[in-house]
Structures are given as C-alpha cells and as structure tokens.
Design a protein around this ligand. Structure first.
Ligand code: ZN
Length: 64
C-alpha cells in the first residue's frame, strides 16, 4: 500500500513487514509517519500529534 507521510509529504510504499502495516490495514485513515520523521518526532511534538511514543520506539529498534 502507498501512504503519504504526514510530516514530509513524501509517498512511501508500506510492505506487510512494516510494523505500521497492520495498523494501516485496520484503519485506512490512520496517519502515517515515515521512519525518518518519526525519529525526529521522538524528541518533540509527541503529545500534539497524538503519536504513541512506544510505537515509535519499537519502530526505531526494528530498523537497527
Ligand atoms: Zn516523513
């Protein structure tokens, strides 16, 4: 599936191995933040965007 990053507005292909894939399948209107942006957001704006810090943390670990 293709999703546009909420932050940088680039389109990304979300594969079934992506940790956010299930969430996006279950809720097609869920917001998508690409990995680069989610890393930057861990430091700020978590509360204002409503993103779950645990999810971001998990996503970050997955990529290392
Ligand atoms: Zn982005």
């Amino acid at each position: 599936m293709e999703k546009k990053c909420l932050s940088c507005r680039k389109n990304y292909i979300i594969s079934s191995t992506d940790l956010q894939y299930k969430k996006l399948i279950q809720n097609p209107h869920a917001l998508y933040i690409c990995t680069n942006c989610s890393r930057g957001m861990q430091k700020d704006a978590q509360t204002s965007t409503g993103l779950n810090p645990d999810m971001l943390d998990h996503h970050d670990k997955y990529l290392r």
